[in-house]
Design a protein around this ligand. Structure first.
Ligand code: NZQ
Ligand code: ZN
Length: 389
């Protein structure tokens, strides 16, 4: 194993009934002014809003609502939330939703305590947070991103057409409440997209050096097999508690830094998807599903040893009478088949890219990360986009 430092300050409470069971006690640690943040209104339809507002009322809190956080949250929405938090002297933010609500609230928690421009100082480039953000509690209603147990926040600057994420330990939620039954009302398409996002995170970490045996890769293989198994079950029966609870925890495990320990990590596919999102507002997990097979066909030869291991250990492909490259390629095609099997899109056209989309501008704006098996160029990214169109 390479050297590492591990820290994760998020207390995580998992299971059916955890919000009712633990939120009242947690709220005793905070003063009266609470911001209740959520998205486009799903929590009002599935009863989660009523459950949480009743708890806040019983605890005597003064609630400021911050609603309408959109998928792929924008910088202007962050500024709106920060203004509201400052005006109401907010003591604690409770973010109720999926990755978009959680990410937006992490940025709000910083912006509410900062007089400068948080985009310029913390998202355009990595910054140093020398102050305490507003404490954040998250209640997950859609699993996949793993945002609940890290400091990552992906924000879209609409004006600049840049979607970018930073992971600041100071932005880790203080408390994450994970009730798998809260995710039952997520539309099937989003459930599949979220689970694929989880698989993507694990692959982006796994397909990077070191390649000699290490604990992080061992856990990653087990998690990938789990996501594949549990997503297959959940597609057939979205209310299978075992599958949905596993998917929820697999999502958290993929992004709570544990499987990144000692690893370089790739995340080039995320860089490509984020910029596609900045230009087209496409769904994150679906964008990844379109890009991954083509990206891996492109880099497979450079990382053939690891892709061959992926074929055998994750997809159960027999290595007999195959050379390493053949095996590696079969692993990538098994991934592509799985994407089709669970009903994810396979072309950019299906996720909103049209003939008038400026793919070259998108490719030119993508970050080319240094740790991939093959460091990409803007020209290669454009080729991948064209092949996926
Ligand atoms: O807004 P509402 O009405 O709540 O509807 C949402 C939204 O339309 C709906 N939804 C959520 N919970 C529901 C529900 N509908 C019914 N019942 C429920 N219980 O689901 C839709 C999508 O929600 P969203 O939060 O956008 O999805 P997701 O969790 O996939 O988050 C995507 C965002 O997270 C970023 C992505 O880039 C994207 O902006 N990511 C964040 C990461 C992180 N912080 O670590 C890592 C990821 O790689 C990712 O980039
Ligand atoms: Zn992701």
């Amino acid at each position: 194993m390479n050297n590492f430092i591990f820290e994760n300050k998020t207390k995580t409470i998992f299971g059916k009934g955890c919000v009712k069971g633990y939120l009242p006690c947690f709220l005793k640690n905070y003063e009266k002014n609470i911001m209740l943040a959520y998205g486009g209104g799903s929590i009002k339809k599935n009863g989660i809003y009523d459950e949480i507002t009743a708890i806040l009322r019983d605890c005597g809190k003064i609630v400021t609502e911050f609603s309408g956080i959109m998928p792929n949250p924008t910088y202007s929405k962050v500024l709106e939330g920060a203004e509201l938090a400052k005006e109401n002297d907010i003591d604690l933010i409770i973010a109720v939703g999926g990755g978009s609500v959680m990410d937006c609230c992490k940025a709000v928690s910083l912006a509410a305590k900062y007089d400068g421009d948080v985009w310029d100082d913390f998202w355009a480039k990595p910054g140093i947070i020398g102050f305490e953000p507003v404490p954040l509690c998250v209640v997950v209603t859609a699993s996949g991103t793993g945002s609940e147990m890290n400091g990552g926040a992906v924000i879209t600057n609409e004006e600049l057409k840049i979607k970018t994420g930073r992971d600041y330990p100071k932005c880790n939620p203080v408390l994450a409440l994970l009730d798998p039954t809260y995710t039952y009302s997520v539309p099937k398409r989003q459930m599949v997209s979220g689970a694929f996002d989880t698989l993507s995170h694990i692959m982006e970490i796994y397909f990077s050096e070191p390649d000699e045996p290490n604990v992080s890769d061992d856990i990653a293989e087990s998690l990938m097999r789990g996501v594949i198994r549990d997503l297959r079950t959940a597609v057939k029966d979205p209310e299978d508690y075992t599958a949905r609870s596993n998917l929820m925890w697999e999502a958290t495990m993929a992004e709570n830094r544990v499987i990144k320990l000692g690893k370089k990590t790739d995340f080039e596919c995320h860089m490509m998807e984020h910029q596609l999102g900045a230009y087209t507002n496409c769904n994150h997990g679906e964008g990844l599903a379109v890009l991954h097979p083509e990206y891996y066909r492109h880099i497979c030869i450079a990382g053939k040893n690891k892709f061959a291991r992926f074929a055998v250990n994750v997809w159960g492909i027999s290595p007999e009478e195959k050379n390493e490259l053949q095996l590696a390629e079969e692993g990538v095609e098994a991934l592509a088949d799985f994407i089709k099997e669970v009903g994810l899109p396979t072309t950019l056209r299906e996720i909103g890219v049209t003939e008038s989309t400026d793919l070259k501008a998108i490719a030119d704006s993508c970050v080319c990360v240094p740790n991939s098996y093959k460091v990409m160029t803007a020209e290669e990214i454009l080729e991948i986009f064209k092949a996926c169109y």
